[in-house]
Design a protein around this ligand. Sequence first.
Ligand code: HAM
Length: 398
Amino acid sequence: MSAFAGVAEKAGYELVVPPMFEDLGVFLRIGESTDVVTKEMYDFEDKAGRRVALRPEHTAGVCRAFVQHRPLLPWKVWYAGSNFRYEKPQAGRFRQFDQVGVEALGSSDPLLDVEVVALAADFYASLGLRDVSLVVNSLGDAADRESYVGALREYFTARVGELSEESRANIERNPLRILDSKREADAAAISDAPSMTAHLGAEARDHFAAFTAGLRALGVAHTVDDRLVRGLDYYVRTTFEFRSTALDASQNAVGGGGRYDGLVENLGGPPTPGIGFALGVDRILLACDAEGVFPADPPVVEVFVVDVTGGQEALALTRELREAGWGCDRAFDARSMKSQMKSADRSGARLAVIVGPDEVTSGTVVLRNLVDSGQETVSRAELVSRLGAIRQRETEQR
Ligand code: HAM
């Protein structure tokens, strides 16, 4: 999250924190024929009988906040937080998942689309991900989209016998969703389906051309896929998706977004264009694992105190060492020396401070190097400065 905050804030986006749940009506604007609304909403009645829902995404809530508070335009915001969708949980698909994202309201300049998409691409790159590809498309303006939906409905009706049951149900409801079907049974009919490009009006076409030219000018690699559709219904013009080739194809979308120029108006605000994206944090982490991007964290515990006098000595020693800036842990329940040494190894610490009855009598401790097994007896009073000298030597050797 802090990595994303850095990228977004440097580009002039300020943090917004929309509520975790809102009036159900806000989320119905995502599209009454989308799965997110019809099947996946966590909605319920509150004590006053109001119909509310846990947010399935952030965009609708951000636009509702805009309508309510009317900040100055352009309003560029970023967010990070959990979302809830009642989906069938599986690898990379969860009922609670996290997103980071941005929304930019108040401009239909295609160069804003370029800025937004480049920001996401830069974020993936800043994490060290290499196997992320970008697919872009234009869904046209509302009228273009309507004409395309009509053409698709006609086409799929003619080939209804070749469609899966789920896709057949979508012919009337939302034929765009059929294009997004991953079901084998639908593949042939989808591959011959009409393309959006022929239905784009002149304005949407110019907008898309300026957008892709901007991506090329910035060197943001992308492919155009005129069948790219998204699971939410508010999109017009630019849509895009980032896919990780390191993940299983069914859950490889690590982020996506697009323009939603009618959404603010739909929520009762003035006509206000908008564009944004959300990136799936859980899937990004899976992609990082698959690409081996993150090196293992160095162990936080550096010193492990082994106390065979009953535990009181370790109480004082761990506090003293933590105050001196050392990552320090200990065992409890007065366990045997052997068992405590095992815990010391497991903790990842490179040093053990061992104290038994003899050491207490002589005011010393045994300092053991857990890497090379060398050990020395050190005066208890000088322990912190001796550890400091070891740290200094290690830093110089690096
Ligand atoms: P979305 O495509 O529904 O778009 O979600 C964006 C990303 O969230 C996906 O690409 C995926 O990485 C992640 N995601 C979605 N559902 C799940 C899930 N069940 N489990 C794990 N990860 C998931 C939106 O949410 C739009 N609000 C994006 C947007 C912002 N459009 C304009 N502005």
